[in-house]
Structure formats: C-alpha cells, structure tokens
Design a protein around this ligand. Structure first.
Ligand code: NAD
Length: 324
C-alpha cells in the first residue's frame, strides 16, 4: 500500500507517519509513505524518520499542481493534513489560510482525481461548527464557523464533500477536537504553557479562562484517521474526539501542577476576538460504525506530554527563539 500524506512534517501528520512506519496499524503494515510538506514555520523535518527506506519526503506546496502530477501516480490513498492551523494567526491575517486550506485543498482534490488515487481522507476540525452552549454536535450539524481559520476549514470540508458528490471521488472527512501530545508547535496552548513554565516564565490565559475544549491525544486521533481510511464510508463525515472536556482554567491548573508552578505565574490577557465558548463532539458514529474509542486518558496523556517537553528542549527551544 502507498499512502500520500500532506503536511506530514507537522504535529499530527508526523505522528501519523511515524505510526504508519512503525506498523502500528495492522491494516497498513508495510505501507510506504510519501510526505509532501511545504515546511512552513510549523513543519519540521526533525519530526520524521527521514532515513526510513519506506519514507519519501518531498518539500513542496499542495497548491503546485505540476508537482502533484509528478508525485501522485501509484498511490492508493491520500491523507490530507496540510493546512495553516493556528486561529490567532488567522485573526492577524487570513489570506494564507484561504490560499492553503481552501485553494490548496481544491488543487489537491483535482490532482487526486486526475491521478486516479483511491481514498482521500480530509482531516478537519470541530471548529467548523462554531460554538455550542450545551449538548454535542453530530456530523449533520450546520456549519457556522467564527474564525477565519475555521471558515477556511469549513470551505475545504465542503469542497471535499462536493468532489464526492460531483465526481464520485472516494472522499471521507474527519473532524476532531483539540489535539495534544509531543511535537506540537509551541504556539498552541499546551506546549506554549508547558515550555513557558519549564522556563520559569508566565503563561497568558485568555479572558475569564472559561472557554471549554475537548482534549484528544494525538495518538488517538491518528488511530481514528486510520480507521476511517480503512473502513469509513465514502462521502461521510466522522468525528474523532477525546472524551475529556476542560475549561482553559482547569487545563491551566493541571499544567501548573504538572510543572510544579503556582497561579502567580498566570497572566490574564484580553480575550481572543470572536473566541468560541465551547466545543463538544458527539463521537457515537465512529464508535458504532468503526469501533473507535479514545484510549489515552487526560491524566496520563498530559503527564507524558509534559515529560516529553521537559526531556526534549533541543526540539522546541530553536522554534521558540525563531518565533519570539
Ligand atoms: N492541532 C489540532 O488540535 C487540530 C485540531 C483539529 C484539526 N486539526 C487539523 O489537523 C491538520 C494538521 O494540524 P497540525 O496541528 O498538525 O498543524 P501543523 O501546523 O503542526 O502542521 C501543518 C503542516 O502543514 C504544512 N503545510 C502548510 N501549508 C502547506 C502547503 N501549502 N503545502 C504543503 N504543506 C503545507 C506545514 O509545513 C506543517 O508541516 C490541519 O488540517 C488542522 O486543521 C488540527
């Protein structure tokens, strides 16, 4: 089996590629992998086992149709992670989000169809639904994104589903909750807070800290994606969640404790513009149809994540220095 992974040098994509190459998924044992990644600020070669003979790494843009034409032939599936992924950056400037997430996804869909690639798994986010006060979103919930990031992902989801309906492409869309784990770029809340705390610095808590997110360990997310790749129904959307909702305040408390720091290190900052109050995914569908359930509990997952950042300063220190 040959799998083409876009954005495979980023946080989640590289976790997926490492799991594939470690033969963690029986259904893809022995698979060879092509990674196409632009190596934007969040892409990092050091996330990949570049010497593995089953891996081919290509630095390039998903919007480069000529390059895609060269590369895609012979692949059985595409798993599409490549995106601009940080909400705060989309608030500061939305154009790269539209270019990569919307236009890039369409270029990739067209190239996949021309090349006759089989399954196309489009990796998306719960943020496309907006915010929910109570209860949980099901896969048929109307899209109501609030940030430019979420709007660009919603656009790409609709284009992916349109490629299925219009052209009969074998497309499946996944929408997941907030991921955490090793190798997440230290601009996102967990690695930002952990690395600041490890450095004796303060952490910035948005607004009243009452915004609620569901936390999903990256290994559970990747296993869910693989289940969808192997067994998901074409044209369908599947939620992948972690089953642990925490307010940002609760999360901060856990991270302070794990790093041996107190609340004096927390600096309240003005809330993010248009900050969604709560995200909550119903994961009944993927559980019933594909047998997915999260395996990594938040206590062990956070402890292992904090330990990883404590033990791998050489990975994150240059990234923080570059973006400071
Ligand atoms: N991190 C989360 O909590 C989360 C939650 C829900 C959904 N997602 C989705 O998962 C996917 C991966 O997210 P992540 O957290 O790993 O992000 P990331 O920013 O760590 O990785 C994105 C990768 O895409 C690459 N990339 C960016 N533009 C590209 C382009 N034009 N062509 C080729 N490669 C390009 C980057 O170099 C990087 O390696 C994204 O689609 C994101 O929307 C992430």
């Amino acid at each position: 089996m040959q799998i083409f992974v876009t954005g495979g040098a980023g946080f989640i994509g590289s976790a997926y590629v490492r799991a594939l190459l470690a033969d963690d998924y029986a259904g893809a044992a022995g698979a060879s992998v092509t990674v196409l990644d632009l190596l934007s600020y969040s892409g990092n070669r050091a996330n990949l086992p570049l010497t593995d003979s089953r891996l081919r790494f290509v630095q390039g843009d998903i919007s480069d149709s000529a390059l895609l034409r060269e590369l895609l032939g012979g692949h059985d599936a595409i798993v599409h992670f490549a995106a601009e992924s940080h909400v705060d950056r989309s608030i500061a400037g939305a154009v790269p989000f539209v270019t990569t997430n919307v236009l890039g996804t369409q270029v990739l869909l067209d190239a996949a169809r021309e090349a006759g690639v089989g399954r196309f798994v489009h990796v998306s986010t719960d943020e496309v639904y907006g915010s929910i006060e109570e209860g949980s979103w099901t896969e048929t919930w109307p899209l109501a994104p609030n940030s430019p990031y979420a709007a660009s992902k919603a656009g790409s989801d609709l284009l992916a589903l349109a490629a299925h309906r219009t052209h009969g492409m074998d497309v499946v869309v996944t929408r997941c909750s907030n991921n955490y784990g090793p190798r997440q770029f230290p601009e996102k809340v967990i690695p930002l807070f952990v690395t600041n705390l490890l450095d004796g610095k303060e952490v910035p808590l948005y607004g009243d800290g009452g915004n609620i997110r569901d936390w999903l360990h990256v290994s559970d997310h990747c296993r869910g994606i693989q289940l969808v790749l192997e067994k998901g129904r074409a044209g369908e959307v599947y939620h992948i969640g972690g089953g642990t909702e925490l307010s940002n305040r609760e999360l901060t408390g856990r991270l302070l404790e794990a790093c041996g720091a107190g609340w004096d290190r927390v600096r309240p900052v003005a809330d993010r513009k248009g900050h969604d109050r709560r995200y909550s995914l119903d994961i009944t569908k993927i559980g019933d149809e594909l047998g997915y359930a999260p395996r990594t509990g938040i206590v062990e997952g956070l402890a292992a994540t904090v330990a990883w950042y404590r033990d791998n300063r050489q990975w994150w220190e240059p990234l923080k220095a570059r973006t400071a």
